[in-house]
Write a protein that binds this ligand. Sequence first.
Ligand SMILES: NC(=O)c1ccc[n+]([C@@H]2O[C@H](COP(=O)([O-])OP(=O)(O)OC[C@H]3O[C@@H](n4cnc5c(N)ncnc54)[C@H](OP(=O)(O)O)[C@@H]3O)[C@@H](O)[C@H]2O)c1
Length: 231
Amino acid sequence: MKKNILVIGAGSGIGRALFELLNTLPEFRAFGISRRGIPFQKTQMIDSGVNYKCDLTNEKEIVSFFEFYQHSFKDIHAIYLCQGDGLFGNISSLSKDSIEKHFSLNIISSFLVLQKFYSLVRNSTDSPFVCFLSSTAGKIGFPESTAYCASKHAVAGLAKSLREEWKKDKIRIFTVYPGAISTEIWDNREGFDQKDMISPEEFAEYLKSFLYLPGSINLDESYVLPMKGIL
Ligand SMILES: NC(=O)c1ccc[n+]([C@@H]2O[C@H](COP(=O)([O-])OP(=O)(O)OC[C@H]3O[C@@H](n4cnc5c(N)ncnc54)[C@H](OP(=O)(O)O)[C@@H]3O)[C@@H](O)[C@H]2O)c1
């Protein structure tokens, strides 16, 4: 039996690299969502290997995708939450609107996705899991990064609480705190060399390996840095 895997934020960067890698593995059916995905009709059957269109800051679009998915499948083995953006600059420069948009994508969207898909993850009988991407910015503080550090600490808090809340359902919760991965999130940020970073393809190999862990293992937290450490 093939296992169903959902990659949230499969349009670029880490999510896309993971999604493309999963699509090469015959034992899994991977589904993606992001803004640049392909539009769908709720009454259609869902196809694996496709990144579907969904703006995660719009609750109605999350609900539509859930109904579309549920039309074809009643379980999910793993959800990787790879959506997110950066919001940087000194605290006085951040508008209320930009902070709200950032939190809507980086943290609220995870609540909404997990509220909808909870029953389908619970239906999986083979040690299902949810993988969150926090950040080094979810462990320590960086200057000019108040919004990003706050949203990434929030991701870690959500994950830690859910770890306790869903253990009764045998749903595993993994939280990864990556250091620098060379994706678009670093575009226009001065003082960083992408050569010092982990490539998204290599990082995707690490995330893929979770699918092969024995079901008795909950990899609560992993801190994954490039050789230079924190850049
Ligand atoms: N790169 C790093 O060094 C690093 C380090 C630590 C943690 N992280 C975390 O890893 C995650 C992925 O980052 P990344 O580096 O891969 O960045 P990225 O290349 O910018 O990827 C962001 C992903 O989110 C999707 N997305 C953005 N806005 C969306 C929206 N409104 N609705 C639906 N999808 C949306 C994008 O696809 P579309 O554009 O198609 O919507 C894309 O798939 C983020 O949570 C980030 O904080 C990254």
